[in-house]
Ligand binder design. Structure first.
Ligand code: CTP
Ligand code: MG
Length: 225
């Protein structure tokens, strides 16, 4: 499932981020091309903004996304059949190498966890601040901190249950689906996604993605980082 129904407000290009041109193709197309090269993927479901359903790419099932990201995931999951496991990926991560999907799927199988998520060890030291937004409360132990990304791979039953049981406030607040699994008491593991798994959030990210693509970041056998 590729969630592509966000508005892209922080990129501010006046159209949904997934449809913004990146190195000559809509951003969404880069992830779809990658997913088509991952062995064992039976079906691809894309959640698009309700006003952009006509932008439907070939060979995928399109569903209208929801107000929050988790609503888009829920809509896509309903249309995804009964394949196992299910993979959730952000259209905003166009450079994820296919091996990251393969590794996450393998880790789900071998670990017995309910979810496996791509992530990056944080390189900055992270401090928690008070509700005033500026007074430092504590410094966290960086060696145990990971920045959470997609793809996220789930046992279907665990994701279905987590989405069905979560109150709407939780769905609206959730910026990743693995959190819903944690809330429901499930087990979640991380795999290191490597340096190419950046998310296009702002204009500078788009420029960086363009640059990496021009240097072959999407070529088969790519090894950058
Ligand atoms: N997404 C979605 N449905 C939503 C919100 C987000 O499918 N209601 C998707 C986005 O299309 C994106 C991914 O979730 O692929 C990650 O979200 P984010 O990077 O926040 O993208 P946007 O919500 O589009 O950007 P912004 O928050 O700047 O508006
Ligand atoms: Mg968003």
């Amino acid at each position: 499932m590729v969630v592509a129904a966000g508005r892209g407000e922080r990129l501010g290009s006046g159209r949904p981020k997934a449809l913004v041109s990146l190195a000559g193709r809509p951003m969404l197309e880069w992830s779809l091309a990658t997913l088509r090269s991952v062995p064992g993927i039976e079906r691809i479901v894309v959640a698009l903004p309700v006003d952009n359903l006509h932008a439907s790419p070939q060979g995928v099932i399109v569903v209208p996304g929801g107000e929050a990201r988790s609503h888009s995931v829920r809509e896509a999951l309903r249309a995804s059949g009964d394949g196992e496991p299910v993979i959730v990926h952000d259209a905003a991560r166009p450079l994820t190498p296919p091996e990251v999907f393969v590794r996450a799927i393998a880790e789900l199988k071998s670990s017995g966890a309910d979810a496996v998520i791509a992530a990056a060890p944080v390189s900055d030291t992270i401090k928690e601040v008070d509700v005033d937004g500026h007074t430092v409360l504590r410094t966290l132990d960086r060696s145990r901190l990971w920045a959470v990304q997609t793809p996220q791979v789930f046992r279907r039953a665990a994701l279905e249950r987590a989405l069905a049981d979560a109150p709407d406030e939780l769905l609206v607040a959730a910026t990743d689906d693995a959190w819903l699994i944690e809330q429901a008491g499930g087990s979640v593991r991380v795999v290191d996604a490597g340096p190419l798994n950046l998310k296009v959030t702002t204009a500078i990210d788009l420029r960086l993605a363009e640059l990496l693509l021009s240097e072959g970041a999407h070529d088969p056998g790519r090894r950058i980082g």
